[in-house]
Design a binder for this molecule. Sequence first.
Ligand code: 5AD
Ligand code: SF4
Length: 469
Amino acid sequence: MDLNTIERNDPDSVAQNAAVASAPAKKVFVKTYGCQMNVYDSQRMTDALAADGYTATDAIAEADLVLLNTCHIREKAAEKVYSELGRIRDMKAERAAVGRKMLIGVAGCVAQAEGAEIIRRSPAVDLVIGPQTYHRLPDVLARVRGGEKIVETEYAIEDKFEHLPKPKRAEMIKRGVTAFLTVQEGCDKFCTFCVVPYTRGSEVSRPVAQIVAEAERLADAGVREVTLLGQNVNAWHGKGEDGMEWGLGRLLFRLAEIPGLARLRYTTSHPRDMDDELIAAHRDLPALMPYLHLPVQSGSDRILKAMNRRHTAKDYLALLERIRAARGDIALSGDFIVGFPGETDADFEATMDLVGQVNYASAFSFKYSPRPGTPGADMPDHVPEAVKDERLQRLQALLLKQQQDFGLGLVGSTIDTLIEKPGRQAGQKVGRSPWLQPVIVDEKAGEIGDIIRVRITKTGYNSLFAELA
Ligand code: 5AD
Ligand code: SF4
């Protein structure tokens, strides 16, 4: 999958739910692994559970229900879940000793991939639920409370989004001024390294009306910036309000009309689905942020072919030229895999070469990790771990240098910043640049939700410092 992961900040977990003040009987603790689509799903599961009387807690020991929303994209993901389950099992036993129940649920892509095997290996688990059936969570839980163990990993025929309860306005406000909105799920591309087509199923696009309604609700709750999500977000297509088939470009034009929504983004994209209308959106829509995550994975045509990416390095570079012609200040981000089976030194140098030509503002790079059931896992000539390590180090050093140069290049310039939250240090607030960098400003520079003009004064490791312009 091409989804921009959050691993840069924390390899293991993100987005643990904040506690909710009023405390009815049941509490749920959700731990999220992996990509933003899981972050979004965790919120929607929390919404579904709120309708069932659960409030979120960030204290696992007091939870009546612990839900792990898991990721299966790379190395040892399943093993991490099993060892976490071992720890949670002990807590469950401690709670049982004082007469209190703790239910344990596994959701997400490991749930989908492993199914009943999870309960076999971790008998303390009460339910296993795949990503397409979250709307059935309250029903499933009712049965679990009746003593059943449940594995729910069939792809549902009904649309989960249609059936998931909408978050309450107060809850949305608490979630802040930026939000994710899943518009598309699944993937039909079958890159040979990737498990997504098997865990998330084939491509499904949400209808325009549903997306617009959700975006309007977000805007109404004070959200200023929406990131449209999909494993293959630019393959999104659906019947528009005019009865015609729309693509993502058209959808972005429509969303830009919603009052209050000042910024739009989308992730993650496949190079083959960047059509003219989407490129035109980058040219014509000021609300569409000049930042594009467009994974290429490798710079070697031989490896791209083995990966079934169905484009060459040259195609990718030519595409970037068209995008840059449309929007001069666009910054690029990407994903890379080193050590795909059969990757030679020359193939790897081709990747280094491509990175040198593109100049990325940020990027994610990974060692190839064979995923059971994918064609790549069965290919000959797997690359030794030590070689992968060495290549990854070299690639990451280059990408880090490019990222830092990009930040340094902004020093002295004036940019728009969306103020997002209080800073870690007193007297500061943190904003977000058009290119997703955190921007540290004085707390008096503006209110959360404001978009202010600032001058960049210096860079931090991963952030920018700025003063009001
Ligand atoms: N091994 C290593 N990296 C992978 N990715 C996806 N599958 C694998 C794998 N088997 C990376 C790709 C993708 C990102 C989300 O994760 O670079 O774009
Ligand atoms: Fe992305 Fe390819 Fe995986 Fe589809 S199969 S999610 S395009 S990496």
